[in-house]
Ligand binder design. Structure first.
Ligand SMILES: [Zn+2]
Length: 287
């Protein structure tokens, strides 16, 4: 299977491909049949890994900022305001925006899709979760092997001296500061949330952990991700090149749809619950 990479640029949205070009592309399979096929793939795989994006948190009430007209992202351009340059040049404005984001995310709870993945992991049917989300919902649900490639809002750090503060501490510091900026207890500089802002590089060791998980995966479940943000978008290709299969559970098209062994685009909570239930009683394939 290592040689079935697409001949065209996989990120080119223009051409949906023609019959016969992508040997594993499914044609006209019903959601029930797709779920059945997915269950079979997961049951037989020695290693299953999940890669999640904003779509898995939408049922928890966290809007995907890529969807137009949703909540706080409506009036601002996140590329501009959540950019590392914005943090450096105007921390007051940055924190006015990010403080609101903290407040929005603080009380959100994991949903059944997060919980279904935890159940699969506990039964030995899932080796890890790689997430693009910074909302801590996989942690809160109880996922153990978790790679947060874009960081998380759990902590803030001082870019100058490295001092770290928890989310709660950062919120207390913000409330106590006249300008609403959480300031470092050591040097007084503005703290930065430990998330990868626009214009920043991903943490190299985290992306390497993610790459290794994807390389070892016989099945990669791509859940709620448009698979458009690099370098995360390239991870499914790592699985494919190593001979594994990709399953895409995401609403709307992705550039890798034609490479997916299974494609589901319904309610992500319903789909993952159905998968976990169908796997109940399954023991992991020998490793
Ligand atoms: Zn400092």
């Amino acid at each position: 299977m290592a040689d079935v990479l697409p001949s065209r640029d996989p990120y080119d949205d223009g051409d949906t491909g023609s019959a016969g070009r992508h040997p594993t592309a499914e044609v006209g399979r019903s959601p029930e049949a797709a779920l059945e096929r997915l269950t079979e793939l997961v049951r037989e795989a020695r290693s299953v890994v999940a890669l999640t994006g904003a779509g898995i948190s939408v049922p928890s009430g966290i809007p995907d900022f890529r969807s137009p007209g949703t909540g706080m992202w409506e009036s601002v351009d996140p590329m501009e305001v959540a950019h590392i340059d914005a943090f450096r040049s105007d921390p007051v404005r940055f924190w006015r925006f990010y403080g609101e984001r903290f407040a929005t995310l603080r009380d959100k709870q994991p949903n059944d899709a997060h919980r279904a993945l935890v159940e699969m992991e506990r039964r030995g049917l899932l080796d890890g979760v790689i997430t693009q989300n910074v909302d801590m919902l996989h942690r809160r649900a109880g996922t153990r092997e978790l790679v947060e490639v874009h960081g998380s809002i759990a902590t803030c750090s001082c870019p100058d001296c490295g001092e770290q503060a928890t989310l709660e501490r950062a919120r207390a510091l913000m409330a106590a500061d006249a300008e609403g900026v959480p300031r470092c207890g050591g040097c007084g500089g503005p703290l930065k949330p430990d998330v990868v802002l626009f214009g920043e590089y991903l943490n190299a060791s985290e992306i390497e952990r993610a790459r290794r998980l994807c390389e070892g995966a016989q099945v990669l479940l791509c859940i709620g991700s448009s698979l458009e943000v690099h370098p995360v978008a390239g991870l499914p290709l790592v699985t494919r090149e190593a001979g594994g299969a990709i399953a895409i559970l995401t609403q709307g098209r992705t550039p890798l749809d034609d490479l997916a062994e299974v494609r589901l685009d319904g309610d992500v909570e319903h789909e993952l619950r159905a998968l976990a239930d169908a796997l109940a009683g399954s023991t992991p394939a020998p490793r």
